[in-house]
Design a protein around this ligand. Structure first.
Ligand SMILES: [Zn+2]
Length: 324
């Protein structure tokens, strides 16, 4: 399904839809299992990098298979959207629409304002012919995500959002209010340090900017990218078992929970599952150096990701039980 109805219900209900990226079978199984067990609508996100890594044809049929898998798990009416994350050209978005995606993102946020509008509108005009919903972006997030990166962020300007949404016809808007891509969202200089634990405390999200945007566009679906929390237990596990992730820090879950209760109706989480996967694999490698059956380390990784996704759905997004 596309995102139209999902988002309308999420805004009314004060929760957000999880948008989880997937690149391989174990990740997809974990996402579907978590969504089926909690009866949560879910957005399966595929980035350009994932399409290159896993092959676009394979990904498409994996997503179709996921719907059948969800039913097998006892989820009678699965609500699953297949979404392109960070489409960077009309051609890529068109290719995904033609390939059966139910939603696409055109991220032209690095272009000048008028060019962002023109490209977004072109994608919207094409996608809407096939009832495919379109997410656009205004404002720039810092950080690195697959092939998307920006050194300097700037917040979305609330005075631009009405003009942008009206002229492009986009269905949802990704905004920049201080979230950031990757596992290193903030430099130590941007943070304070908790004197007790020595851990970095990131700067708070700009809720004043979010409020101003919601005032301009009442009831319009807002999207947050780069919203991993970088759970310190996974960072610790990775470091304990031979990894090296100093000072990785994310967005505190309380802030995301607060955002989910507003017009923010899609929250993108990718890095946290990468951390869970890596932590579980490292643990097996460290404890059982003789292990060479990938199922014996990808299996535990899948279990830990399932746990993570369920935690996000229930405790952060509040989307459990919304797709009975
Ligand atoms: Zn993103």
């Amino acid at each position: 399904m596309n995102t139209r109805e999902m988002f309308a219900k999420a805004i009314k209900g004060g929760y957000a839809i999880p948008a989880f990226n997937f690149n391989n079978m174990e990740q997809l199984q974990a996402i579907i299992k978590a969504a089926a067990e909690t009866k949560s609508p879910v957005i399966l996100q595929v980035s350009k990098g994932a399409r290159n890594y896993a092959n676009q044809t394979l990904l498409r049929y994996m997503a179709q298979g996921a719907v059948e898998y969800a039913k097998e798990l006892g989820w009678e009416h699965p609500q699953i959207c297949l979404h392109l994350d960070h489409g960077d050209s009309f051609e890529l978005c068109k290719s995904c629409v033609d390939f059966g995606f139910s939603s696409v993102m055109i991220d032209a946020s690095s272009l000048p304002y008028e060019e962002n509008i023109a490209l977004t509108k072109k994608v919207v005009d094409y996608a809407h012919q096939y009832d495919v919903t379109v997410e656009a972006e205004l404002g720039v997030l810092a950080g690195v995500e697959d092939e998307v990166s920006a050194a300097v962020s700037h917040y979305t300007k609330p005075e631009e959002v009405v003009d942008f949404a009206t002229r492009t016809g986009c269905d949802s808007l990704a905004i920049s209010i201080g979230t950031s891509h990757g596992a290193y969202k903030f430099t130590p200089e941007q943070c304070t340090r908790d004197p007790k634990t020595g851990r970095l405390v990131p700067p708070p999200l700009a809720f004043d900017v979010l409020d101003a945007i919601m005032e301009q566009l009442p009831g319009f679906p807002i999207v947050l990218h780069g919203s991993s929390s970088v759970p310190q237990e996974y960072v610790d596990m990775i470091n304990q078992y031979g990894g090296k992730l100093p000072d990785a820090v994310g967005i505190p879950e309380e802030q995301l929970r607060k955002a989910a209760k507003s017009a923010v109706c899609k929250i993108n989480i990718d890095s946290d599952s990468r951390l869970a996967f890596t932590a579980a694999v490292r643990k097996v490698f460290a404890e059982k150096p003789g292990e060479f059956d990938p199922r014996k380390y990808c299996g535990p990784a899948r279990d830990l990701m399932t746990e993570l996704y369920k935690h996000k759905i229930i405790n952060v997004l509040g989307s459990d039980g919304k797709a009975e």
